[in-house]
Design a protein around this ligand. Structure first.
Ligand code: DSN
Length: 482
């Protein structure tokens, strides 16, 4: 780790930027400074968060933000987009090269947006030929409202099959609170009740019965890698398009931890991701696809996306360039080693983990053994300076609000430099907090599922020890705001 110095280019840049903000709205400058302080002090174990590099952060705060550029490279709805074209081309070039994809589309503002672009692209591709023949138009985007009304009636198959929410699937994979649950008739596959692992034969059986248009593979809380070769075989057998949402594990694919059958890019027709989780870029999304879908994907804006955030695309380009460096592979391997160490020590101390371990960046603790709900565990850990989030476990008796699980991830602390030894200590601290936490009495005389009891002294002691673990690993050591 470099020594903290006020004269690094990063310190000068962030210090001056905050002075400029401070001159107009000091409360915003204060909030930005406070966020850095919070991030420096907290033990961040949220599996979907990370720390982007200073170069990535700085690439976002500039004049690219001022430019409208609907459309895509070389085909814009506004004049004067040559610099945006440059930025978008470089980001797409890095993305395609990093992942070995035929085509990359770097405009989506988030993972939800990336998934919407993917859904639309598959629908456009799969309905295009018959629709165009009937309506005598060149492209699916030129269909009239009457054509669409007829198509909605006639489309035989707008079905999506994805992993169930309690098995670790994501809301955007066809579930009601998201538009995917309205666009598509949805069915889910779960995990084996004994092992907690995905049962590919069961997925195949459900796919044969349900015959989806899109088979979605991907998760936000499943602690294992997926075999995308098998998922593609299943998709092909039932005539589905395989879409992989790799938002959580994109960094592990980029860092060559997930290769062969476990790398989605050679197997899926379309792959979506966010750029800010294990990939360690700015907040945003991205779509990778095989050539046959490229034309449709590139129409994401204005079909389902607002104008591209050119400053965010610039930051994506910087982060993707970083991920193409050899040390990113070391980082990605370290994420998994850290998760494995955390899992081993938690299990050694008696914690029950979904699937009895991990082979990715996250660990899902079933906190039922500790006698608390996920919500109580999340709040108790927060009292002790450990930031995690509650999560359902398969067939969760406490539902999606209170839950019975705690999801713990290693990408952020690995960026900070922590290793397996520190993971062992963190596992110990988590175990202490969960062991000492109790359910608070409820008004009806029973026990609450939301409120918890944890002795303040124990919480304070753990918070101090968590601080000690972090002390050797300063966050953003080249940034000193004075
Ligand atoms: N919010 C992300 C996560 O925490 O997994 C997924 O959208």
């Amino acid at each position: 780790m470099a020594t903290t110095s006020p004269l690094t280019p990063e310190s000068v840049a962030f210090y001056n930027a905050l002075e400029a903000v401070n001159a107009i709205e000091p409360r915003i400058a204060d909030a930005i400074r406070a966020e850095l302080a919070d991030q420096r002090e907290s033990l961040k174990l949220i599996a979907s968060e990370n720390y982007a590099s200073p170069a990535t952060l700085l690439a976002m705060g500039n004049w690219l933000s001022d430019k409208y550029a609907e459309g895509t490279i070389g085909r814009r709805f506004y004049a004067g987009c040559h610099n945006v074209d440059t930025v978008e081309s470089i980001a797409a070039e890095h993305a395609a090269a990093l992942f070995g994809a035929d085509h990359a589309y770097v405009q989506p503002h988030s993972g939800i947006d990336a998934n919407l672009v993917a859904f639309w692209s598959v629908l456009a591709q799969r309905v295009e030929l018959p629709a165009l023949q009937q309506a005598e138009v060149r492209h699916v985007n030129d269909l009239s409202e009457e054509d669409w009304a007829r198509l909605r009636r006639e489309l035989g198959n707008q079905r999506m099959l994805g992993m169930s929410l309690d098995a670790g699937g994501h809301l955007t994979h066809g579930f009601r609170p998201n538009i995917s649950g309205k666009m598509f008739e949805q069915a889910s596959y779960g995990t084996d009740p004994e092992t907690g692992l995905l049962d590919y034969d069961a997925v195949r059986e459900t796919a044969r019965e349900f015959r989806p248009l899109i088979l979605v593979a991907g998760y936000s809380a499943y602690p294992r890698k997926l075999n995308f070769r098998i998922m593609r075989e299943i998709a092909d057998e039932v005539g589905a398009t395989l879409m992989v949402d790799m938002a959580h594990f994109a960094g592990l694919v980029a860092g060559k931890v997930f290769t062969g059958d476990f790398d989605p890019v050679p197997h899926a027709q379309i792959v979506t991701t966010t750029t800010h989780k294990s990939l360690r870029g700015p907040r945003g999304g991205m779509v990778l696809c095989q050539q046959e879908l490229a034309e449709h994907v590139d129409r994401g804006c204005p079909m389902v996306l607002g104008g591209p955030l050119s400053h965010a695309m610039a930051a994506k380009a910087v982060a993707l360039a970083e991920a193409r460096q050899p040390d990113f592979q070391t980082y990605a391997q370290r994420i998994v080693e850290n998760a494995e160490s955390l899992a081993e020590e938690l299990m050694r101390r008696g914690a029950k983990l979904v699937t009895d371990g991990t082979d990715n960046h996250l660990v899902l603790i079933d906190v039922t053994n500790y006698g608390v709900t996920g919500r109580q565990a999340e709040n108790a850990l927060l009292d002790a300076g450990i930031v995690t989030n509650r999560n359902s476990v398969p067939r969760d008796p406490n539902g999606a609000w209170f839950t019975s699980g705690i999801r713990v991830g290693t990408p952020a602390l690995t960026t900070r430099g922590l290793g397996p030894a520190e993971m062992g200590e963190i596992a110990r601290l988590i175990d202490v907090v969960l062991t000492e936490t109790q359910r608070a009495p409820a008004r009806d005389g029973g026990l609450s599922r939301g409120k918890h009891l944890l002795d303040e002294k124990i919480a304070g002691d753990v918070a101090r020890q968590a601080g000690d673990v972090l002390a050797g690993y300063p966050l953003y050591p080249t940034v000193n705001l004075g």
